[in-house]
Design a protein around this ligand. Sequence first.
Ligand code: UD1
Length: 377
Amino acid sequence: GPVICVVGARPNFMKMAPILRAFAAHSPAIPVVLVHTGQHYDRSMNDRLFEDLKLPHPDINLGVGSGSHTVQTAEVMRRFEPVLDDYRPSCVLVVGDVNSTLACSLVAVKKEIPVVHVEAGLRSYDRRMPEEINRVLTDQMADRLYTTERSAQVNLEAEGIDAARVCFVGNVMIDSLLHNRAMARPVAQTLAEAGIAADWLAPGSAYGVITLHRPSNVDQPETLQPLLATLARIAEHLPLIFAMHPRTRANIERFGLQELLPAARIAVLPPQGYLEMLGLMDGARLVLTDSGGLQEETTALGVPCLTLRENTERPITVEQGSNSLVGIVPASIEQAAQAVLAGAGKSGRMPELWDGQAAERIAADLYAWLSAAAATP
Ligand code: UD1
C-alpha cells in the first residue's frame, strides 16, 4: 500500500514538502496519500504555506479545526481511522510534535500499521509543554525514527528505544530552507503588503523579528505583560517586526495589552507565509522567539536568535548554531539583546547533515526498510 503522510499544523508543512518531493523523485517512486487533519485552517496559517511550499492539495482533509487538546486529538483519531481502512497503507509517516502527530500515530499503532516519525528524539525535558508529551509518546509508538541531531539518539536510547530503529538523517526543515532561500520575499515587500508605511523602515536599516505563541508565554497576563514591555524597550534601539500568531493576538486583546506595542517601533503583522518569514529572518539583525522551528532556521541562516524559554529540545542550535536561551526574565532578555546589538551575537555554524539532503536520505532508507519488511514472511 501507499505511505500515508500526515500534516496538521503550520510547522508540519515545511517538513513534509521536501519529503514528498524526495518520495516522488525516488526510483521507483514511493506512492503517497497526503492527509491533512485540518488542525490549522486559516489562510495565513495554512493556505499561504501550501502555496509557498508548492505542497500538493491534500488527498484527504479531516477538517478537525480548533478545540481543547482532548477534543482536537480525539477528533483527529476518530476521523483518521476510516482513512486507514480505506487505503491499507504500508506505513503512516508523521512529522514533528503537534497534536495531529500524536493522534495519527496512536490510530496507526492500534491497527498494527507501522509508524514512521520524522524529527524523532528531541526532548526539552519539560513535561508541562504539550509538544513534549507528543514527542515522547509518538517516539514510543514509532517503528522507524529519523533524527535531526545526534543528541536525539541519546535521548531515545535512554527511553529504551532500540538503536536499530533510529536513523540520523539531518533536518528536513533545513531542506526546505535551502530549497527556498533564493525565493525569499524582500522585507520591504512584506511590510508593504501588511500595510506598514514605506518610511517605517528605511531601506537597508537594521531590524529584529519577533514570534511568540507558546501557551506558557502568552496565556497568562502576568507573563505576557512583562514580555511585551521588554520587547518595547528593545524596540527603542532596534525596530521590531512582530509576526503575530492568532493565539497571541487574541490574548493581547483579551488582556487589553495593545498599547504596550508602540506602532512606530514595533510593526505588528499577521502570521506570514513561508517565503515572507524566510526573507524577514534572513535580513534580521536579531530574532526573538519561543518557536522550535525558528531556532533551527536562524541557525541555518547564521542569524543571532534569542529564545524566550528556559529550555530547548534542540540543543545543537545553542551548542553549534546561533541560538541563545535567554529565558523570560526581562533584564536577561534586554541584556542579551543589547549584547547582540553591540556585536556579540552568535553566528555559529551549520550542524552536521543540515545540508538539504535529509529527505533523500529518508526516502532511500524508508524504501529499503519497507522492502525488507515486505520480504519478511
Ligand atoms: C500548534 C502546535 C505548536 C506549534 C504551533 C504553530 C500543538 C500542541 N501545538 O500550536 O507546537 O508550534 O501550532 O502554530 O499541536 N487558530 C487560528 N487559526 C488556525 C489555527 C489556530 O485562529 O488556523 C487559533 C485558534 O484560536 C486555536 C489556537 O489558535 O484555538 C490554537 O491552535 P492549536 O492548533 O490548538 O495550537 P497552536 O497554538 O497553533
